[in-house]
Design a protein around this ligand. Structure first.
Ligand SMILES: Cc1cc2nc3c(=O)[nH]c(=O)nc-3n(C[C@H](O)[C@H](O)[C@H](O)COP(=O)(O)OP(=O)(O)OC[C@H]3O[C@@H](n4cnc5c(N)ncnc54)[C@H](O)[C@@H]3O)c2cc1C
Length: 392
């Protein structure tokens, strides 16, 4: 017998593969473990006595679209740091609020009470951008960040998994119908392979949490029942600009002379969307001045195949108009990242897809894009997945 599908007492131990080690994958593994060990206070599912054998396959070296880049200054040994994927997340639902509580207690997650403004860039070198106070994120509108980095929470979630193996740098090859073996109740049903054709094992359930376009590739020739629905969801790109200033350098006028103190700016009349001041976030005050700017998704999508250096130059020009820097206050650190699959376009009827299930094969397609395309959706989709598996 292979893959420990049965142990000495002949109990059936389900094997579950999760493709993707982003937050959807990590939340799914966490909730599955809790559901099967009765530690499922906020998961409304029927628990079972045998803890499944869970494996997460992640093609990269770390957790998904939560991303932090940093750079150390050789003189000060201090860091510039940019959360160049998700900047913060919401917890609007009661169950997600309960879920995040332990990490809020330890301080790994913290509320971000940011001062938010509208910013209209100035195209006149003699004038600074126009800044108007918009709102302050408070407990009524709570936004949370992970500290010291946005990636810290993903790492903590991974470390706390007790019954899950994470295989980084393992790209799962597209599924195909021949790898689905319909057998009796106690036998695994799907054999997964890596991109070199090596077997990754047999699994009772396969949960795909890849971004939408990658899920289409993985499922295209598999006979997955809900394939048409995967293709329904659309994602847009996002370019992210990361800027840093030296310790002794003057900061651009809009960052330090504005009458309105601000942490987050919604940029108007620009290809830029939002500006985030990293070193003003909670527990980030030891950083060197660091600013992350997301371009608008529609603009990014139109320029998604352009040379990154050309895009970077265009974004820098727009950032200069927004932050109003001169020769002395030009950023010393400049980097640009292209996200091909950043934002989920809303369905015309504003309905969420929800997880997609192929019952006979026991395949589930999930991910933030099955919901609203944000971190809270990752949790909701994980919850739906666990409810499905536990109800079976
Ligand atoms: C620029 C940007 C800004 C954002 N801002 C916010 C925000 O402010 N608030 C918010 O809540 N959300 C925000 N988001 C969205 C948030 O980051 C995502 O909702 C969340 O990270 C998605 O997690 P996921 O696990 O569903 O997908 P991912 O993080 O994409 O994880 C999927 C994983 O699957 C892996 N994978 C794919 N194919 C394979 C394969 N064949 N084999 C193995 N592994 C595979 C990928 O490498 C990836 O790690 C933002 C995203 C971006 C890009």
């Amino acid at each position: 017998m292979t893959d420990s599908t049965l142990h000495a007492t002949q109990q059936f131990i389900p094997k579950i593969a999760i493709i993707g080690g982003g937050l959807t994958g990590l939340f799914t593994a966490t909730l599955l473990e809790r559901a099967f060990t009765n530690d499922n206070a906020n998961v409304a599912v029927k628990s079972k006595s045998v803890v499944p054998n869970i494996v997460i396959f992640e093609k990269s070296r770390s957790v998904g679209r939560l991303a932090t880049r940093y750079c150390t200054d050789s003189a000060t040994h201090k860091n510039w740091q940019w959360a160049f994927g998700a900047q913060f997340f919401t917890a609007k639902s009661n169950d997600f609020q309960q879920f995040i509580k332990p990490w809020l207690k330890t301080g790994l997650l913290q509320p971000w009470r940011a001062n938010v403004v509208d910013l209209i860039p100035s195209y006149d070198a003699a004038q600074n951008a126009d800044i108007q106070a918009k709102e302050k994120w408070s407990s009524a509108q709570a936004r949370y960040i992970s500290t010291p980095k946005m990636t810290s929470w993903g790492r903590a979630l991974a470390d706390e998994l007790a019954h899950t193996t994470i295989k980084f740098k393992t790209r799962v090859a597209p599924l195909c119908n021949e790898h689905f073996i319909e057998q009796n109740e106690t036998k695994s049903k799907t054999e997964l392979f890596d991109e070199n054709g090596n077997s990754l094992g047999n699994f009772d359930w396969v949960i795909c949490t890849a971004p939408n376009a990658q899920a289409v590739e993985l499922m295209a020739d598999s006979g997955f029942k809900e394939l048409a629905k995967i293709s329904e969801a659309q994602m847009q790109a996002c370019y992210t600009l990361m800027l840093g200033w030296d310790k002794e350098q003057p900061l651009p006028a809009t960052l330090h002379t504005s009458a309105t103190l601000w942490d987050v700016a919604y940029v108007q009349n620009s290809l830029l969307d939002r500006i985030f001041i990293e070193h003003q976030k909670p527990a980030h005050d030891t950083l060197l001045p660091s600013v992350t700017i997301h371009a608008r998704n529609d603009w990014s999508e139109r320029h998604v195949d352009e040379e990154i250096e050309v895009v970077k130059a265009t974004l820098l020009q727009a950032a200069k108009h927004a932050l109003s820097w001169d020769e002395d206050s030009t950023p010393s650190q400049i980097d640009c990242h292209r996200w091909r699959y950043a934002a989920t376009l809303k369905q015309p009827d504003h309905k969420e897809l929800g997880i997609l299930v192929d019952e006979p094969r026991q395949w589930i397609v999930s991910g933030d894009w099955c919901g609203q395309g944000n971190i809270e959706s990752c949790y909701q989709m994980a919850r739906q997945t666990v409810a499905k598996i536990c109800a079976d």
